[in-house]
Design a binder for this molecule. Structure first.
Ligand SMILES: [Fe+2]
Length: 199
């Protein structure tokens, strides 16, 4: 199995190991066997934060994070935004990898999934999109806002659900954010609509 195939298996097994009813409903019926696309590796500046020493964890999230780190150099890291959206510094500390979906390492028209990375000291302003979304942080202490509510810290393994078109935003302090994401029920390659401003 390819390194990306092993990461997909770990991603699937992690989700299936969770007993959360909302997550279970979100992924119910999804066909995990998918055709692999030949995507060339593509590096981004933010990927360096994935390899920084961090406090050792022994949970399932930590194991998945290490899998991601091990596979990082063969993954096609990408960005949706350009310099005119949030500026040059944001692009140094932001990126994602689509493991499966309409353009990712494995082909699916039904659901997209992958990982988001934010470096320390980032504000990812309010944005929204038609697809329904689940995030599960694999790191601790990132701050999240939903529906213009105050930012609240979230921890590794928490399941964060964004219904279709709800505004959401994230911030990091000293620690980077690594989060698993799932998109379903809307255009899977839509660029988010930005409603917030950089602060
Ligand atoms: Fe989102």
């Amino acid at each position: 199995m390819s390194a990306v195939g092993e990461l997909l298996a770990a991603f699937r097994d992690y989700l299936l190991s969770r007993s959360d009813p909302g997550l279970h409903h979100f992924i119910e019926g999804f066909r995990w066997p998918m055709e692999e696309r030949a995507l060339a590796p593509h590096d981004l500046p933010v990927v360096r934060y994935l390899h920084e020493p961090r406090r050792p964890g022994n949970g399932a999230e930590s194991a998945l994070l290490h899998r991601l780190s091990d596979a990082a150099n063969v993954l096609h890291w990408a960005q949706t935004y350009s310099i005119t959206d949030f500026g040059a510094d944001f692009l140094q500390r932001y990126g994602w990898i689509e493991l499966f979906g309409t353009r990712g390492h494995f082909a699916s028209e039904d659901m997209a999934g992958g990982f988001l990375l934010l470096g320390p000291g980032v504000h990812y302003p309010d944005h929204h999109h038609e697809a329904e979304e689940i995030y599960i942080p694999l790191s601790d202490g990132s701050l999240w806002s939903k529906d213009a509510q105050p930012f609240l810290p979230h921890w590794s393994g928490e399941i964060i659900h964004h219904p279709s078109n709800i505004r959401h935003a994230m911030r990091t302090d000293d620690e980077p954010l690594v989060a698993l994401y799932l998109w379903r029920g809307g255009p899977l390659a839509q660029k988010s609509i930005i409603s917030g401003r950089m602060q």
